[in-house]
Design a protein around this ligand. Structure first.
Ligand SMILES: [Zn+2]
Ligand SMILES: [Zn+2]
Length: 284
């Protein structure tokens, strides 16, 4: 028997605080999966909580920022439920060169006093360069999925305060470039991708994946106390090696944990033997 599936949110009003049109991907998934009523709140300037263009740095963790957005949305929308989403970018720890986008989306249920978090990670379009002339910039734009992925332009260096965003066509790009070059001290222009959700389709795709993850968790309920958000909290290693049968580091079981009570559920993985190539005993 699998995890119990239920929907407690049909017809309920849920606030979503976003200034960058995240409702375009989150909204349809919520109404289709939960038949809930998503209220988009765009009257609050979420840039006050931190920007990718570095003029305002984020306070606290990525999760703190997402939670703050959900709380503000619930306050403005006067709802019992709220959603907040926050993204971050890191260099791929293995390949090193590919920027990885990590998206989290939080759902707060104030009625049950629970928080459920969906997450996704994926490759992203997040590049920057320093250019000296229009040809260099035009080449950067061509190679980096402009105008679908928008660009930010500023004089000299990445922290210059006089930047231009909302650039989504060549004419605007050229205008912004000329303006930046004119006030630049070193006759250089700094260009980078706009990482706001609506300006960055690969980010939007990752937000969609995080939303799917969240919805899966919201529909999974604890079979003991009926609290939604019943999901995998940890993996138990120890899958026996196919060759020497010693316990390996590979996952043997996934542990589902309730957000409210102490109920746990262990689900064993389908394969019952670990890859000997990764065994610490017979293939150290
Ligand atoms: Zn429970
Ligand atoms: Zn082995």
């Amino acid at each position: 028997m699998g995890v119990k599936i239920s929907n407690f949110y049909q017809g309920e009003s849920i606030s979503l605080l976003t200034k960058h049109h995240k409702e375009k991907v989150i909204g349809p998934l919520f109404s289709k999966t939960l038949k809930a009523d998503l209220i988009t709140i765009d009257s609050y300037d979420t840039d006050q909580l931190g920007t990718f263009t570095r003029e305002i740095s984020r306070q606290g963790s990525q999760l703190d920022a997402a939670r703050r957005k959900a709380e503000i949305g619930m306050e403005i929308g006067r709802t019992k439920y709220g959603i907040g989403s926050e993204g971050s970018f890191v260099q791929d720890p293995y390949a090193g060169l590919i920027p990885i986008n990590y998206e989290i989306i939080i759902f707060i249920d104030s009625l049950r006093s629970i928080e459920v978090v969906g997450q996704a990670r994926g490759s992203s379009i997040n590049h920057h360069a320093s250019v000296k002339n229009w040809q260099e910039l035009a080449k950067f734009a061509r190679l980096n999925k402009f105008p679908k992925h928008q660009l930010v332009i500023r004089p000299d260096h990445q922290d210059h305060p006089a930047f231009e965003k909302d650039i989504n066509n060549l004419e605007q790009l050229k205008k912004a470039f000329n303006k930046a070059l004119k006030i630049s001290e070193k006759k250089k222009v700094f260009v980078e991708h706009d990482l706001r959700a609506f300006a960055n389709p690969t980010r939007m795709k990752n937000i969609k994946e995080a939303t799917k993850d969240l919805l899966l968790k919201l529909r999974s309920v604890c079979s003991k106390c009926q609290t939604p958000g019943f999901s995998i909290s940890r993996h138990e290693p120890g899958l026996p090696c196919a060759l020497c049968e010693m316990p390996s580091n590979q996952t043997k079981a996934k542990i589902y944990t309730c957000l409210k009570c102490d109920y746990e559920r262990k689900e064993y993985v389908k394969s019952n033997k670990a890859d000997p190539g990764k065994c610490n005993f017979c293939n150290p």
